[in-house]
Design a protein around this ligand. Structure first.
Ligand code: SAH
Length: 345
């Protein structure tokens, strides 16, 4: 199988040109060609040999939709088939001005979190950078076909299947392509990467383009977090927080702390007070995520009143707190409901 064309940033195209005995002077225009829908108008600007070689050595195929499901709230979930038949999910979520695309970083996930549907399938393989970028190119083309070519580019959350920092190199290259001027030219502020607290990756965070970071915190209590997120046993929260505290943040940037509200387990008043103690004094935003049930899940969703009560406690500490409204849940497209297979509902 040929490598994907979309795993290349300017640097890689330059070294590919050099390896083929070409000058790098057409690298810019080649990148423009690749990331502007292989615009035929640009063809006269580079040699036929370069184009032929490019087409012989890379595939321009995008992941193929094997199903597309729509929820009433406008959320669209794609089940995308990769070149080897493996499948991942990507979800377009409508927000006020533009869509956000939730992209996957792995087929399955190795983190084995107790409350997450993706975790139940284990890790099948890492995605290549071109497959991560491919999800975005596919979804944006789909949106433009539906809404017109003026549709703004979706923002990105790396919150689909997989632990992005467990696939560091490929995710890093994908983020480079997303944010490079000679790539998709998104602002790093339009992108958020969420991690379970994968310490080896967090220690290398400075290598990533300066995108936003979200941590799945979920419980301030060691025993509870150990149960929910097994990797907490090896990389405990205090150590993770120590690393996060040292990250340089730009003007007005905050770290998002995702907090899963599970009825009777993480939604008690005492949890809110403990959480506040951990977060106070940090440049932080707390994102409360009511648990989304899936077939066979043992945990329960809290009531709206419980969520409000929990939020009020955090707000009483003046902590910036939002509740993540559940989107696309009737098509199992909400957080933690992704599992590369079509379910009959
Ligand atoms: N592995 C990364 C990226 C996945 S992001 C991470 O864990 O951060 C997906 C988010 O949805 C995470 O915050 C995850 O904890 C949360 N999530 C997983 N299962 C869920 C469920 N059933 N209900 C609500 N949120 C869930």
């Amino acid at each position: 199988m040929l490598p994907s064309l979309y795993g290349n940033n300017l640097e890689r195209i330059e070294s590919w040109l050099l390896k083929g005995g070409h000058s790098t002077s057409c690298a810019d225009i080649l990148c423009r060609y690749i990331y502007n829908g292989r615009n035929k108008k640009l063809l006269p600007q580079f040699s036929k040999t370069v184009l032929e070689q490019l087409e012989n050595e890379f595939t321009s195929e995008l992941p193929k939709p094997s199903s597309i499901q729509r929820a009433k709230d406008g959320t669209i979930k794609f089940l995308l088939e990769l070149h080897d038949g493996e499948k991942v999910e990507a979800v377009l979520i409508p927000f006020y001005k533009r869509y956000t695309l939730c992209v996957s970083s792995q087929v399955g996930c190795a983190m084995n979190c107790d409350f997450c549907y993706t975790g139940t399938m284990g890790l099948k393989r890492n995605l290549e950078a071109g497959e991560i970028v491919g999800q975005y190119l596919f979804a944006y083309e789909f949106l433009k076909a539906e809404k017109g070519s003026n549709e703004p580019r979706p923002n990105i959350v790396m919150m689909g299947m997989g632990e992005p920092l467990h696939n560091f190199e490929e995710v890093k290259m994908a983020l480079k392509v997303f944010t490079a001027e000679k790539g998709l030219a998104l602002s790093p502020r339009q992108i958020t990467l969420s991690t379970v607290g994968y310490l080896p990756g967090l220690k290398r965070w400075h290598e990533m383009p300066p995108v936003n970071l979200a941590l799945s915190l979920h419980s301030p209590i060691k025993e509870v977090r150990d149960k929910l997120i097994p990797v907490n046993r090896g990389w405990p929260l205090p150590e993770v927080m120590e690393v996060l505290d040292k990250l340089p943040l730009h003007h007005r940037q905050v770290i998002t702390y995702e907090y899963l509200l599970i009825k009777g387990m993480t939604d008690r008043d005492s949890d809110a007070h403990e959480l506040a103690k951990i977060i106070l004094g940090k440049r932080a935003m707390i994102n409360l995520i009511p648990f989304n049930p899936y077939p066979g899940s043992e945990y329960k969703k809290p009531s709206t009143d419980d969520v409000e009560r929990f939020k009020k406690i955090l707000v009483s500490y003046s902590l910036m707190t939002m509740v993540r409204t559940t989107k696309g849940d009737e098509i199992l497209a909400a957080c933690g409901q992704l599992k590369a297979k079509q379910l009959s509902l």
